[in-house]
Design a protein around this ligand. Structure first.
Ligand code: NAD
Ligand code: TYD
Length: 362
């Protein structure tokens, strides 16, 4: 799938392109020779450019090492990139880190989004008529802004906001800013709220890569609380498909909820990974014996689940990958890229130990 060419060449600015989802999007867009790709990223602990550097078209990628909380630097980057399309993915993204220290989340996710919106709006105002009409700003957000579901029901485009963690509160604030810039200034924004992603190049502090690496290294696999919390998992390539459908055919001012329709408890996810590794590595014990139930995350949302009917119906999107195939691919990727994992962990001084509360329950 490629972005349709509205006119000769398009300049595409991706914020957070050195992160997990932004990197996947850039790798995909680099296949399209008519797109000039600009990546604005502060290059934090969660960043890594190796995935992009492996692409043949890597040289077409232009990196700005810029922190969105710096207005002047953001302005300069937008001026140079001269974008027709902006995908805004840059954010502090890990809930546990937001509980430990929320300030970077306010600075990046709220102030950073405000700065980008202002700079982008000014840029858009000065475009010629044709470019102005075709300009799009895609604001990428999460289902976590809607809070926590009980046993039944789904989040959709009309769900009320009810964020519970500093991370989700900061993302909710950024969603409200994006919405306000559309209504107040007619700034051509489309917003998305997506469920939990998984796949290659995800920083190993999130549940799936952390579990794989802990299991491979025979280290305890921490499960918060009783492991019954539910997430709706989506393979990252399917999320990127959705973003491309949205840029091609999405309606300005609309929001699209994106989910995988793969609800799993955390315990199911961890057991699934352990079973795969049991077969693959053939050790003389089960990796499930490494599972350790630890004290729960404060404010731990019970269940997320997305109703994606709107994007399915209007934009003809649906996930192409089955959960099982995508999960197996992901596990294989981490097994084959142990060096990448060691490098990102070393670079960030991240030990894989949980931040914040770490007292074990057992
Ligand atoms: P990530 O943590 O892997 O990458 C985020 C990138 O943004 C990093 O490279 C980081 O350096 C950059 N960044 C952060 N603050 C910045 C700033 N102030 N200035 C410039 N760059 C900055 O995150 P991800 O998982 O790739 O998530 C990308 C986006 O998608 C985020 O907005 C997140 O809220 C959203 N999202 C993620 C998921 C998921 O499951 N990972 C699900 C739904 C939505
Ligand atoms: P995470 O990957 O941090 O994503 P999010 O908090 O954005 O959903 O966590 C996914 C789920 O896994 C969440 O319910 C918390 C839980 N979890 C654990 O049980 N153990 C862990 O070590 C981690 C990182 C998460």
């Amino acid at each position: 799938m490629t972005i349709e060419i509205l006119y000769k060449e398009l300049n595409v600015l991706i914020t957070g392109g050195a992160g997990f989802i932004g990197g996947c999007l850039i790798r995909r867009l680099l296949n399209n020779r008519k797109l000039n790709i600009f990546n604005l990223d502060k290059l934090s602990y969660a960043s890594d450019l190796r995935g992009i550097e492996e692409c043949d078209e890597f040289k077409k990628h232009c990196l700005f090492k810029v922190d969105l909380s710096n207005f002047e630097e953001t302005k300069k980057s937008v001026l140079i990139a001269d974008p027709d399309i902006i995908f805004h993915l840059a954010a502090e993204s890990h809930v546990d880190r937001s509980i430990e220290n929320s300030k970077p989340f306010i600075e990046s996710n709220i102030i950073g989004t405000f700065n980008l919106l202002e700079v982008a709006r000014n840029h858009w105002n000065h475009l010629d008529k044709k470019r102005k009409k075709n300009f799009r700003f895609i604001h990428i957000s999460t289902d976590e802004v809607f809070g926590s579901l009980g046993k039944n029901g789904y989040f959709d485009e009309n769900s009320p906001y009810d964020p519970r963690s500093p991370y989700s509160a900061s993302k909710a604030a950024s969603d409200h800013l994006a919405n306000a810039w559309f209504h107040t200034y007619d700034f051509p924004i489309i917003s998305t709220n997506c469920s939990n992603n998984f796949g290659p190049y995800q920083f190993p502090e999130k549940l799936i890569p952390l579990t794989i690496l802990k299991a491979v290294e025979d280290l305890p696999i921490p499960i918060y609380g009783n492991g019954e919390n539910i997430r709706d998992w989506l393979y990252v390539e399917d999320h990127v498909d959705a973003l491309i459908q949205i840029i091609n055919n999405g309606e300005i001012g609309k929001k699209y909820c994106i989910g995988g329709n793969n609800e799993k408890t955390n315990l199911q996810i961890v057991n699934n990974i352990c079973s795969y590794l049991d077969k693959k590595l053939n050790k003389n014990y089960s990796h499930k014996s490494l599972i350790k139930f630890v004290v729960d995350r404060p404010g731990h949302d019970k269940r997320y689940a997305i109703n994606s009917n709107l994007i399915k119906k209007e934009l003809n999107w649906k996930p192409k990958h089955s959960f099982e195939d995508a999960m197996n691919k992901t596990i294989e990727w981490y097994l084959n890229n142990k060096r990448w994992c060691d490098n990102v962990k070393n670079k960030s001084n991240y030990s894989g130990e949980r931040l914040g509360i770490s007292k074990s329950k057992i």
